[in-house]
Ligand binder design. Structure first.
Ligand code: CA
Ligand code: CA
Length: 549
């Protein structure tokens, strides 16, 4: 990646009349600025600072022109090496006119994504023929494809920036469908996909067929092998795009792509590492390079790991490009800068690639963020209303043990009516067989919620509040069936609350069995508050209604 090499590419493009000197100057300045501002260890560094890619980004050349430039460059290098070898015996210099015509199979370039590969630009091929295409853009397509014919693109290596989901778009035509082909690594080592070609109504009627595959990070080149001829099909090109990591995805707050106003610091939260702190209103972190692939449009849970000595802070979650703001999240009072809780919110996301940005709206008493996690709600539980929160463990099976009784009546700040109903509403429990499953102690807030209090004790209690909202409680000392429950067997407590006008609860997970009080932010309006206890195996009690002090 030396400047000599890249500026040489620029000079070749100028010499071939594809670029002006002024354009090259602009691109080189941009390249220098990116190299100065980016971490060389960043996965995107090579791509983002490649002169060729910058020239394309600036609109000075297209990819075909870049490929030609790279081919010329490779040829010139070969000639230079040959010349150096022959120099003692030669008395003349080569001229540009002496360069043989570029051949796609004679050089290998490594590209960045997204990348469109023309079917006819193969490095090797068996059994097909290229023909002129009447598709948009002209050029050629590959035709006369029979079963077991193949194409290899070892000349078109590209870098997959991360292990994750990739979208492959195939431009195909078929008079009657029925054909299929496999997508492989060019050396045949991996078969990624089997693609069926639909009937497009003609051998020059072109459609895009989109598929997703998973591919590991690193350099790849692809091949296509026809499996079934069917009515016959043609291929004009195919395109490779990175879509993101598959769910669930946890993004460390400190792994931002860019930010404003914040600092990182060591965290004492489980797992260690760093958290983001010193967050003031309008500060932000963008995670534009942490792409997440959402398979289908729908509700997804986003859990934020936060700490705040006094609450009152809030932040917005938006698409990294600013196109959509998904949510406003209030940070509760967790009791300290390094006292961490998980706050889970439900947002609707469209299918496809997403990346996020967090922008502080209010500082309040200040807050820190350690990480956030995007995942599918299990069984759609959290996206449904309170009365139908699904149970991952059969709630009706009360046979043997577990779920703990939750809020003790000895706590003066939890009303006795809530507590007494809790005692009776905690009849449902989880079978012993489940307790041997090794669910993590810090359970995901949605995955193992037992049946809701509402289903066993009627409508949830509504509390009209205005101001600071707090709860305190005493850890339960026995399970539902009377088995003693030691505090060391308790994983923690989970509050959930929602304004009666909201469909979704906000979940606050407190993974500290010794914690016995909790202060929410100032809230105003009519809310439903519920709490559950979970054990170190992640088994939950019912959620029961609680009334704030
Ligand atoms: Ca083509
Ligand atoms: Ca972190």
């Amino acid at each position: 990646m030396d400047n000599k090499r890249t500026s040489r590419l620029g000079e070749i493009l100028i010499e071939k009349g594809l670029l002006t000197a002024a354009q090259l100057d602009i691109a080189i300045k941009e390249q220098r600025s990116r190299r100065k501002n980016m971490d060389p260890l960043d996965q995107q560094f090579a791509a983002a600072t490649s002169l060729g890619e910058i020239l394309i980004e600036l609109g000075f050349i297209d990819r075909l022109q870049l490929n030609r430039g790279l081919n010329w460059q490779a040829l010139l290098r070969k000639m230079t090496m040959a010349m150096a070898f022959c120099a003692p015996f030669m008395s003349f210099a080569p001229t540009a006119a002496a360069a043989p015509k570029a051949s796609s199979s004679s050089s290998t370039a490594t590209y960045t994504l997204p990348l469109t590969i023309q079917a006819e630009n193969y490095s090797s091929m068996f059994g097909m023929q290229a023909e002129a295409t009447s598709d948009v853009g002209g050029g050629k397509d590959m035709a006369y494809i029979d079963a077991n014919d193949w194409l290899k693109y070892a000349n078109t290596a590209f870098v997959a920036p991360a292990t994750g989901v990739y979208k492959i778009t195939y431009r195909v035509a078929s008079p009657g469908g029925g054909g299929s082909f496999a997508l492989t690594e060019s050396d045949g080592s991996i078969k990624y996909d089997t693609v069926s070609v639909p009937s497009t109504g003609g051998s020059q009627k072109w459609v895009n067929v989109e598929r997703t595959i998973t591919m590991v990070a690193g350099t790849h080149s692809l091949g296509i092998t026809a499996l079934v001829r069917g009515s016959g099909f043609n291929i004009n090109w195919f395109k490779v795009e990175y879509m993101g990591s598959p769910l669930p995805v946890t993004i460390q707050a400190e792994d931002y792509t860019s930010m404003s106003g914040i600092q990182t610091q060591a965290t004492t939260d489980t797992g260690g590492g760093l958290n983001v702190g010193y967050i003031d209103a309008s500060d932000w972190m963008s995670y534009s390079k942490s792409m997440i692939y959402i398979p289908t449009a729908g509700s997804y849970n986003i859990t934020y790991r936060v700490a705040s000595p006094g609450g009152g802070g809030s932040f917005a979650l938006a698409e990294a490009d600013g196109s959509v703001t998904y949510d406003t999240v209030s940070v509760p009072n967790t009791g300290g800068w390094q006292t961490w809780v998980s706050v889970t919110r439900t947002v609707n996301l469209t299918a496809g690639a997403h990346s996020f940005k967090i922008t502080a709206l209010a500082r309040g008493y200040g807050f820190n963020i350690n990480w956030f996690k995007v995942e599918t709600p299990s069984g759609g539980a959290v996206s449904s209303s309170s009365s139908s929160v699904a149970s991952s463990a059969p709630a009706s099976s009360s046979s043997s043990s577990v779920a703990s009784s939750v809020v003790s009546s000895t706590s003066s700040s939890v009303t006795s009516s809530a507590v007494s109903s809790s005692t009776s509403s905690l009849a449902s429990s989880t079978p012993t067989s489940s307790s041997s499953s090794s669910a993590p102690a810090v359970a995901s807030s949605s995955s193992s919620v037992a049946s809701s209090a509402a289903s066993s004790s009627g409508s949830p209690i509504q509390s009209t509040v205005s101001g600071a909202v707090g709860f305190s409680w005493v850890a339960p000392t026995q399970r539902e069936n009377g088995t003693p429950l030691d505090i060391t067997q308790i994983g923690g407590y989970e509050f959930r609350y929602r304004n009666i006008n909201d469909a979704n609860y906000t979940y606050v997970t407190i993974n500290d069995p010794w914690m016995n009080y909790y202060n929410f932010n100032y809230l105003s309006g009519t809310y439903i508050f519920q709490v559950a206890t979970y054990d170190t195996n992640g088994l939950y009690s019912n959620f029961i209604d609680v009334i704030p002090k």
